[in-house]
Design a protein around this ligand. Structure first.
Ligand code: FAD
Length: 430
């Protein structure tokens, strides 16, 4: 599990603390068990519960529901992404499918927040892909062509425009895309916890330790008891492989982010009082930087292998450097919170959506873009499990499948080698 740093996430700290946490103890049986209460598991539970009001559904989470990666992310609900290799025209079809899935993800989240009247600081302000190196112009022009060929609205911008919009002269070139949304991830996750249907029972701080099939039933051993279920859906994302699900097709990584305190009026005026914005790096492993609607700066420019600990202080120093490079007028003690979260990756950036057997399903591995995809894939795995075949499922199944990964220790060696190359390439963008 994650390092016990729940008190450190700037998004979660702003929410009222959850009360009445229900830990599982003893023996129970139910129709369905959903493992993992992030966007994916909660969306699966909502859909399954609403479709089957007479069924008894349990959702279990190892920690506090919704407060894993689903609350710890940067809050970009994306309509496109750049850094997974799809920048050459021969992959247009794959890239189109991926963007169609992102659009469906946005629709699903929008429908959810409209239906449940959720305030998650939703802002349809678009987003930027930017670089401090004008040499990236060629790469951006290719990306601009790719987006335009798919009718994804976008515009190339240079230093002065970027400075006016972002309040920093750091970036020399960028692309603005209109379609992305910025939101508060923890508010969204909390609203999904709060709106579970009545026939769904949530158990938190109740990790699944072991599971097996006995006489066609799924027997789940939790830390303080056992639950038997007729069927199970695994939605544990970065922890799928540790539960023996698609172990050779995905792996976890640890991302660490920092958020500043709110900028004072003076500090904010000094940088030109920009409206809320979000920048993704053009180079893999470069910094994700966001100016929030309440004048805080969020930065994420570190990634590491998944371990049981993370060196928060050294990550925080790297984050501070990144902030001061962009905003040299800010003081050195501006960072208020630093936290880590687990993401799930596959070798070819493809997600998992799978019927493993008649009563075992799994979905996850959203490669760092799980706000929309988690919501979409969660709802659709519930549909698939109920044989309710939808157009969305058809599109999801048309998408690429994750490719096979080598076993340890070769996998970690490969990941480390890739880190070295990408970190070196992204040095200027940290
Ligand atoms: C720093 C950071 C920045 C990110 N930025 C973005 C972004 O801007 N946009 C975007 O779209 N995505 C982003 N992501 C990725 C996004 O957060 C994830 O893709 C998303 O949260 C996936 O949702 P999920 O429900 O599948 O998984 P999670 O939110 O990880 O939920 C899985 C749940 O499973 C539980 N679990 C694990 N093991 C067990 C077990 N054995 N028993 C019971 N429960 C278990 C965990 O406690 C957790 O609550 C970011 C992630 C991080 C960490």
């Amino acid at each position: 599990m994650l390092p016990n740093n729940d008190q450190t996430c700037g998004w979660i700290n702003e929410l009222p603390k959850r009360t009445g946490i229900n830990k599982f103890e003893g023996q129970a049986s139910c129709d369905w068990i959903i493992v993992g209460a992030g966007y994916t598991g909660l969306s699966a539970a909502r859909q399954l519960g609403n479709m089957n009001p007479n069924m008894n559904i349990a959702v279990i989470d190892a920690e506090v529901a919704g407060e894993g990666a689903s609350s710890r992310n940067s809050g970009y609900l994306v309509e496109s992404t750049m850094n997974d290799g799809f920048v050459s025209s021969k992959n247009t079809e794959d890239y189109k499918t991926k963007c169609d899935l992102y659009s469906l993800g946005i629709e699903k989240v929008k429908k959810f927040i409209t239906q449940h009247q959720v305030d998650c600081d939703w802002n349809e302000c678009g987003k930027y892909y930017a670089s401090s190196k004008i040499e990236d112009e060629k790469k951006l022009t290719r990306f601009n062509n790719m987006l335009s060929s798919l009718k994804i609205k976008n515009q190339i911008l240079y230093k002065d425009d970027l400075q006016n919009r972002l309040g920093t002269g750091f970036y020399k070139i960028g692309i603005y895309t209109n379609g992305g949304i910025l939101l508060n991830p923890a508010k969204l996750a909390r609203s999904m916890v709060d709106s579970l249907p009545e026939n769904v029972t949530l158990y938190e701080n109740s990790p699944l330790l072991k599971w097996e099939t006995i006489n066609k039933k799924i027997n789940c051993t939790l830390s303080r008891g056992t639950i038997n279920a007729s069927s199970i859906i695994f939605c544990t994302n970065g922890f799928l492989s540790s539960l023996g699900i698609e172990s050779h097709y995905s792996f976890p990584l640890l991302l660490t982010a920092s958020m500043t305190r709110r900028l004072t009026d003076k500090e904010f005026n000094q940088i030109g009082s920009p409206s809320e914005w979000g920048v993704l790096s053009i180079r893999p492993m470069g910094a994700t930087v966001r100016m929030t609607n309440d004048r805080r700066i969020l930065i994420r420019n570190t990634v590491s292998l998944h371990k049981n600990y993370t060196n928060i202080e050294s990550n925080k120093n790297i984050h501070l450097k990144g902030i001061l490079k962009r905003f040299p007028s800010l003081p050195k003690d501006i960072i208020e919170t630093t936290w880590s979260g687990t993401v799930c990756r596959s070798g070819n950036a493809a997600p998992i959506f799978k019927k493993i057997s008649n009563n075992i399903y799994a979905t996850g591995c959203f490669n760092g873009s799980g706000i929309g995809l988690g919501t979409l894939f969660g709802e659709e795995i519930a549909n698939k499990a109920c044989n309710n075949m939808t157009n969305e499922i058809e599109l999801i199944q048309r998408n690429k499948k994750p490719n096979w990964l080598p076993p340890q220790p070769f996998l970690n060696l490969g990941i480390k080698a890739r880190f070295l190359i990408d970190k070196n390439y992204a040095k200027s963008e940290l």
